[in-house]
Design a protein around this ligand. Structure first.
Ligand code: GLY
Ligand code: MN
Ligand code: MN
Length: 431
């Protein structure tokens, strides 16, 4: 569990960096499943990181320059009738007792109360998000405040995205966060091991997806971190295949990319294996190539190395291997520079992992300056080779012989950067 002191420390750290600015973080808008039915609510990760508050229809305001109210929460008021329909509400008094706020207001008072926290701010930190009506609300407050700027000489002269300040904080996992990440990745790993014993020809992909997701829920996870991918045969060549509707055939490779969300932190694991226990010759060659690339990439995860180094390591192994097989021809340096391997390997070898599966934080500062890995970063390492049955190779490259077509392999682990190198958090799943 992450306690209220850690949330307070995060707010203090963030506020120390925004000086005379005021930051506004809305909760996530609910997502509609159909008509008037919503998906299970998932809080916005920036909002959650700073507040620990899980309810919808809330807005957090951080105003370090305000004399009394540095942390303000607008939220749904208590309402016994509505709570009968849609569940418990913390309410204004509850927010003061439980969430360390300096002031709390009913969400309906946002327009009336917000300007007092903006009028002396020199800028507004706000991420223009998916909720365009809320974006418009913030802009109209800004417009009104700036209408009085000439007379007052104070007011926010800019809206700035808080990401460049907040996201490096989110990238660096605290001890308490690492506990959550460890739990999410361990449960994800256990689910992979559980489902592998069920996998056999004749089953439908969705049966295995159900088995994985049942396992997640039974172990206390909120559910899948993303729609589970159970891709047999050539379906493995579709990166985010989520139909999971095919009957698994004898001789198929099975690619399972699944992870759970535990306490808002996520696991993300891919394994590929022959469903009848025996690789064909071609499957084995491609699998071993991806495995070598992944191990080489993981070995390049260490503090001081940059984010692209592990990807480059994977690319080099994959290009060498595909050239040995005659699937790529020509000058190796040129193949890499011009990315001629992309019909086989079209994604990068990983991403940050945390409150979001594809977690916050940049990978690059500008064109060529890659982020340097630091202890406390968590990321995935997931190279793959995908030989789509209809693969379109780059001009000048040979047509792919039939025997290779339809093979898709990805191997994905979750990795923590440590002071001496790395720790594979998902090593419990065989590969
Ligand atoms: N499962 C999504 C990903 O691996 O990035
Ligand atoms: Mn991933
Ligand atoms: Mn994945």
């Amino acid at each position: 569990m992450i306690d209220s002191r850690e949330y307070r420390d995060r707010r203090e750290k963030f506020m120390a960096k925004i000086g005379n600015g005021t930051a506004i973080f809305p909760s996530a808008p609910p997502a509609i499943m159909h008509h008037d039915v919503e998906y299970a609510y998932r809080q916005d990760s920036d909002f959650f990181y700073l507040t620990g508050f899980q309810e919808p229809e809330a807005v957090a305001v951080l105003a370090p320059h305000h004399e009394e109210h540095r942390f303000v929460l607008f939220l749904r008021p208590k309402d016994p009738k509505k709570e009968t329909w849609t569940g418990y509400r913390t309410g204004v008094e509850g927010a003061k007792e439980q969430y360390g706020v300096d002031e709390a207001y009913p969400i309906g008072e946002l327009d009336e109360k917000l300007p007092q926290y903006l009028v002396k701010a020199d800028r507004i930190y706000y991420h223009c998000g998916r909720d365009s009506s809320f974006n418009e609300k913030i802009i109209s407050h800004w417009q009104r405040l700036m209408a009085g700027y000439q007379k007052r000489g104070t007011g926010p002269i800019a809206i700035e995205d808080p990401g460049p300040i907040l996201h490096p904080m989110r990238q660096m996992k605290s001890a308490a966060e690492l506990e959550m990440v460890r739990k999410a990745t361990a449960l994800s790993a256990a689910a992979h091991n559980h489902v592998r014993s069920f996998a056999k020809p004749g089953l439908y992909e969705y049966e295995l997806a159900a088995e994985i997701e049942y396992f997640f829920r039974r172990q206390g996870a909120i559910g899948p971190a993303y729609p589970s991918i159970v891709a047999s045969g050539a379906n493995a060549c579709i990166l985010h295949y989520i139909e999971n509707s095919r009957q698994i055939q004898d001789g198929d490779l099975l690619l399972i990319d699944a992870g759970c969300c535990y306490g808002d932190y996520n696991g993300d694991i891919t394994r590929t294996f022959p469903v009848n226990g025996e690789f064909t010759k071609e499957q084995k060659i491609i699998y071993e190539l991806v495995l070598t690339a992944q191990l080489k990439a993981i070995a390049a995860v260490k503090p001081g190395n940059t984010y692209n180094q592990f990807h480059d390591a994977a690319v080099e192994v994959i290009v060498d291997g595909l050239m040995d097989l005659g699937l790529l021809v020509g000058d190796k340096e040129e193949i890499i520079k011009e990315k001629k391997y992309k019909p086989f390997f079209m994604h990068r070898s990983g991403h940050w992992l945390g409150l979001d599966v594809h977690d916050a934080g940049v990978y690059k500062h500008g064109e060529e300056v890659w982020v340097t890995l630091q202890p406390g970063h968590t990321l995935t390492v997931e190279p793959g080779i995908y030989i789509d049955p209809n693969i379109q190779v780059v001009e000048g490259q040979p047509e792919v012989p039939e025997r290779w077509r339809g093979i898709g392999v990805r191997i994905e682990d979750d990795v923590l950067v440590t002071s001496s190198g790395y720790e594979v958090l998902t090593a419990a799943v065989p590969k």
